[in-house]
Design a protein around this ligand. Structure first.
Ligand code: 3SL
Length: 244
C-alpha cells in the first residue's frame, strides 16, 4: 500500500485516481456524515451548490429527506439542520436521506468521487476506516483534507496523520514503506504532537476558533473523540454515501 496525503482538494491531483480515496473534514462535515449514518440515516448525498441540492432533494419524498448545510459555520436559511453532528439523533434521521452542502467537506468528497472506492473519515471513526484498509489493502490510497477555502487546516491533516499512524501499527511497517509523499511524514509528526490533546489542538486551529465564536464548544468536544463509532461511510454512487 502506498499512501499519499493531500492537505486540500485544491492540492489533489486531477490527472490520476487512486484505488481508494478518503475525504477528511473533522470540523465538521465528515464527522457529521459518520454520525448520521451511524444513527440510521438511509444515505448522505453531498452537494457543493445550494441550488442544486434544492432541485435534487425536491424530487425526494418530503418525509424521507433532511436538508442540512452551513455557510461560514451557520445553518443555511430554510434548511432542517446545520452541520452539527449533535443534531443527528436517531429520532431525527432514521430512514431519511441527508442532503448536505458544506463549505469545504463536500468539495473534498467531490474532488475524489471518481475513485473506485471513496470513504469519509473523521477522528470518531478512524478505527473503522483503518480496519477496512487493512482488510482491503488498496495499492494506492489518498487521504484528502478539506482545509478551509483552499488553505491547510490543522485538524484535517492531524486526522490524516492519525489514520497513517494507525496504519503503520496495524500493517507493522515503517514510514518509508508506507509514505508516497512527504505530507505523510509531516501528518504523522503532527498527530504524534497532538494525539493526547486533540480538543486542545482544535482550540489552536483557525476553524476551531471560528466554531468557538459560534458557540459550538460541544461540537468540538464531540469531534475530538477518537475511535468512538464503528461506522464506515462509503460511496455507492458519485456523491452518495451509505453505511458499509
Ligand atoms: O467546511 C465544511 O465543510 C464544514 O464542515 C464547516 S463547519 O464546521 O460546518 O463550519
Amino acid at each position: 500500500m502506498k499512501l499519499f496525503i493531500y492537505h486540500t482538494p485544491e492540492q489533489t491531483p486531477t490527472d490520476k485516481i487512486p484505488d481508494c480515496a478518503i475525504a477528511v473534514d473533522v470540523l465538521r462535515a465528515t464527522t457529521t456524515m459518520a454520525t448520521v449514518l451511524n444513527a440510521g440515516a438511509e444515505a448522505v448525498q453531498v452537494f457543493s451548490d445550494i441550488n442544486e441540492l434544492m432541485v435534487v432533494s425536491e424530487k425526494w419524498p418530503a418525509d424521507q429527506r433532511l436538508r442540512a448545510g452551513e455557510r461560514g459555520g451557520s445553518m443555511v436559511e430554510g434548511f432542517d439542520l446545520g452541520n452539527s453532528p449533535l443534531d443527528c439523533t436517531p429520532e431525527r434521521v432514521q430512514g431519511r436521506r441527508l442532503f448536505i452542502t458544506t463549505t469545504n467537506g463536500t468539495r473534498a468528497l467531490q474532488a475524489v468521487q471518481n475513485a473506485p472506492t471513496v470513504l469519509a473519515a473523521a477522528l470518531i471513526n478512524r478505527a473503522a476506516v483503518v480496519n477496512y484498509l487493512v482488510e482491503k489493502q488498496p495499492e494506492t490510497l489518498w487521504l484528502v483534507g478539506s482545509g478551509w477555502e483552499g488553505s491547510f487546516s490543522l485538524e484535517d491533516t492531524t486526522c490524516t496523520g492519525a489514520i497513517a499512524h494507525s496504519l503503520l501499527t496495524q500493517l507493522n511497517c515503517n514510514e518509508e514503506a508506507l509514505a508516497g509523499n512527504d505530507e505523510v511524514i509531516g501528518a504523522i509528526a503532527l498527530y504524534s504532537k497532538w494525539q493526547d490533546r486533540l480538543l486542545d489542538m482544535f482550540h489552536h486551529a483557525s476553524h476551531g476558533q471560528r466554531l468557538l465564536r459560534l458557540n459550538c464548544h460541544e461540537d468540538l468536544k464531540y469531534c475530538a473523540q477518537l475511535d468512538i463509532l464503528d461506522v464506515l461511510p462509503i460511496q455507492k454512487e458519485p456523491g452518495i454515501l451509505v453505511k458499509n
